[in-house]
Design a protein around this ligand. Structure first.
Ligand SMILES: *[C@@H]1O[C@H](CO)[C@@H](O)[C@H](O)[C@H]1NC(C)=O
Ligand SMILES: *[C@@H]1O[C@H](CO)[C@@H](O)[C@H](O)[C@H]1NC(C)=O
Ligand SMILES: *[C@@H]1O[C@H](CO)[C@@H](O)[C@H](O)[C@H]1NC(C)=O
Ligand SMILES: *[C@@H]1O[C@H](CO)[C@@H](O)[C@H](O)[C@H]1NC(C)=O
Length: 712
């Protein structure tokens, strides 16, 4: 590290002759023009900046905010019905938004949210993860169709608002990391390979957020990262639109010409580099890697690569944060679903394709989705039982310690699984909601913060100590960013992809301890607090609550659609967020931290309410052993075939038998069938955890009866 720092400073010294940063367009908030660069006009670094303010310390908290969806056409007391979209007519649309409806957010809500954050959170968070969709939906296509200029305009307004909220007189005081949502582009969902006008435009809109030296690569791919704690922690903004099944502008993540392929190559190189520097990473994006029995949001090869990458970099990745779905929940990726034959052109085999999930979840599809999640969770091994098994094992001294990788969790840290946390939205499909995630800063209390180092030093193309013998850098050399600009046609599913054999990333070193996502340590997420704004109370329009309109309609006009506001002119109360729940105190969730294992345990408990768990409980032990045997056979074969390429990187890895579970295809012998009919009768055990999870999924907008009606 000392060496790196040395290099860094040397390069910095020569950087003073570089050109000044580009002038800021007039839309920049006043006083915020420093952004992430504070090189003065002549390129000199003002060393007085350090002295000017006391050093900022880490708080061990950061903000996750998502899906603001501001709508400049929103009209209070307009109708929430489909076709009106809170733009016209008369109805219950509140001053701060129409909670539980499909209407977008009035600017009053967006402003009030950021004002509240400014007054209450600004100084107690270390960075901001902002996962996209800062334009309205195209839900009023007949009267007011969306246009590119409007999307760009609202994004500019919101980006500037973030700058204003988190800045002092010299610029941002904490880093803000945005990412592209599927509604931030026109037409929605379709983002062609870069460079293109959209990415160039966002390079400008987000100039305060994207480190200077990464602007070039952002224009090519819409991805970047920020060292939110310099030399310790980076947040990676993934451009999930290149993984999104609905993006007709791209095909898959296997063909080297595809931006999704390049994205994973970029990510691999960066994570490798971080590992070498002893740093950790948070991954974030808009569209989550949701994938249930029947549906998925990401194209399958992209999901496969992602899951494989996370398995290989499980020592580096702290956690993964997403938005888009608006419901508060989490998903677990099972590394046993990794199938290298889907992503390795050399061994290619067509994959079963799932239905691409509805872009914006309707009542019906979100219900199906949550039920499918629960079904999958009902098959999870019980981590508590596993812990007991291990203990028994260890007390039997004569027995050699259990061969690693032979258990269903993938070892004591549940490394078989990966966790994605999905935060609910500002747009009030339920109640507007924000999340504060707490993470462990033990030992980092006095480390230099972003504002004291990166902001002051500025980021310069030459600054990255990237040349430090990084043999993989060449991948991202000139060829990598060549603009192919060829016309694309949506590839046919089931056609063999062309490309070089898969380069499986290196796994953790044999001696590496489990990563922060798995075992509690510095940077591990320790908990989160979910905040919500009770718009029913704040809007002050609706007197008695007579229950909602819960038809299986695509459009949700909200629970107040048939009600009349009590005042002619809105008389809202003061806008505020309250705590909905906090994982560290929650008596039902019982999450002592946010490690994967804690969530496997929670998911297991939620799954136990499923009819299925009882059916499957018997004999699952034996089934699993068979599976293990199968898998090992497959694995041997695979490794033989793949003889001496990248896979050998890990051949010295004998202690870690789980390593290549990844390569093993799980064979499900028709085990997964939807047991629709049984559900109604069978929530015999305790459906408490499941209903509690649902209550939070819909940000406490539903009563238990409504939940039961909606889900069963
Ligand atoms: C929101 O804030 C912006 C300034 O940041 C202001 O121009 C706009 O009028 C505000 N809108 C509402 C509805 O408060
Ligand atoms: C934070 O990490 C330190 C060092 O690993 C550990 O001792 C401590 O218990 C952790 N704190 C929490 C709240 O997990
Ligand atoms: C929100 O406010 C309404 C009206 O005051 C109240 O009936 C309801 O219980 C509140 N909901 C929550 C979750 O706070
Ligand atoms: C489970 O939910 C059903 C509603 O579908 C309810 O009637 C029942 O009492 C619940 N069972 C338990 C044990 O909580």
């Amino acid at each position: 590290m000392a060496l790196l720092r040395g290099t860094w400073l040397m390069v910095l010294a020569t950087a003073t002759t570089a050109a000044p940063p580009p002038p800021l367009p007039p839309s920049a908030a006043a006083g915020a023009d420093a952004g992430q660069i504070v090189l003065h006009a002549g390129g000199h670094i003002d060393s007085n900046l350090h002295a000017a303010s006391p050093r900022r310390k880490l708080n061990g908290r950061f903000l996750h905010i998502t899906d603001l969806h501001p709508d400049e056409y929103y009209k209070p007391h307009a109708s929430t019905e489909e076709g009106f979209a809170c733009h016209r007519g008369e109805g219950p649309a509140g001053a701060y938004g129409a909670e539980t409806s499909d209407c977008d957010s009035p600017f009053s809500l967006v402003n009030a949210t950021l004002d509240w954050i400014s007054a209450n959170l600004k100084d107690s968070v270390d960075f901001v993860v902002w996962t996209g969709d800062s334009a309205r939906h195209d839900s009023d296509t007949y009267h007011i169709p969306r246009h590119n200029s409007e999307i760009i305009k609202t994004n500019r307004i919101i980006a500037d608002k973030f700058v204003e909220t988190f800045s002092d007189s010299k610029g941002l005081t904490i880093p803000v990391v945005p990412t592209l949502g599927n509604n931030d582009i026109y037409p929605h969902n379709v983002l062609m390979p870069g460079p293109n006008d959209i990415l160039r435009t966002y390079t400008d809109i987000w100039r305060h957020f994207i480190p200077q030296e990464q602007r070039h690569s952002f224009e090519f791919g819409g991805w970047f990262y920020v060292e939110v704690i310099p030399d310790n922690l980076a947040v990676f903004s993934l451009n999930t639109l290149y993984f999104f099944d609905r993006n007709g502008g791209v095909d898959d993540c296997v063909a080297p010409s595809e931006p999704g392929y390049k994205h994973f190559e970029w990510l691999r190189v960066q994570l490798q580099f971080l590992r070498r520097r002893g740093m950790k990473a948070i991954l974030m994006g808009h569209v989550p890697p949701a994938r249930t029995e029947g549906k998925q949001l990401w194209e399958e090869t992209c999901w496969q690569k992602y899951t494989l990458w996370l398995q290989r970099y499980r020592d580096v990745v702290v956690g993964s944060l997403y938005g888009h779905m608006n419901i508060d929940h989490f998903i677990l990726q099972d590394t046993r679903d990794i199938d290298l034959t889907v992503i390795d052109p050399a061994a290619w085999k067509s994959s079963r394709s799932r239905e691409s999930m509805d872009n914006d979840l309707s009542v019906k599809s979100r219900t199906d989705y949550l039920l499918e999640l629960r079904d999958a969770w009902s098959e999870l091994p019980d981590p508590v039982l596993y812990a007991e098994e291990v203990e028994i094992e260890q007390t039997k001294k004569n027995k050699k310690h259990k061969k690693k990788g032979k258990n269903k969790l993938g070892g004591p840290w549940a490394e078989r699984y990966q966790l994605s946390l999905i935060s609910p939205s500002i747009v009030p499909n339920y109640f507007p909601s924000i999340r504060i995630i707490e993470y462990n800063i033990s030992g980092l209390e006095d480390s230099a913060t972003w504002v004291d180092t990166l902001r002051v030093l500025g980021d310069h193309p030459k600054l990255r100590p990237y040349q430090e013998g990084n043999d993989q850098e060449s991948i991202l050399g000139d060829d990598f960013y060549v603009d192919k600009h060829k016309k694309k046609k949506k590839g046919k599913k089931g056609k063999k992809p062309k490309g070089p054999p898969l380069h499986v990333p290196d796994g953790p070193s044999k001696t590496a301890p489990p990563g922060p996502a798995y075992s509690p340590q510095p940077l591990t997420f320790t908990g989160f607090t979910q905040y919500y704004a009770n718009l029913t109370y704040i809007n002050n329009d609706i007197t008695a609550d007579g229950g909602g309109d819960l038809g299986e309609l695509k459009w949700d006009s909200g629970k107040h659609s048939d009600k009349k506001p009590k005042f002619k002119k809105p008389r809202p109360r003061e806008f505020t967020f309250e705590v909905e729940y906090s994982t560290s105190e929650d008596k039902v969730y019982k999450l002592k931290d946010l490690t994967v294992r804690s969530f496997v345990d929670l998911a297991h408990r939620i799954g136990q309410t499923s009819a299925k768990s009882e059916v499957d409980a018997e004999g699952s032990e034996y089934e699993d052993e068979d599976e293990d045997a199968d898998m090992e056979e497959d694995q041997d074969k695979f490794e033989e075939d793949e003889g001496d390429d990248d896979f050998d990187d890990d051949s010295d890895d004998d202690g870690d038998g789980d390593e290549f579970d990844a390569a093993k295809k799980k064979k499900k012998k028709g085990k997964k069938k939807h047991k629709g009919g049984k559900k109604k009768k069978d929530h015999g055990k305790s459906n408490k955890t499941w209903l509690y999870f649902l209550k939070h999924a819909f940000v406490s907008t539903r009563t238990e009866d409504e939940l039961i009606e909606e889900i069963y």
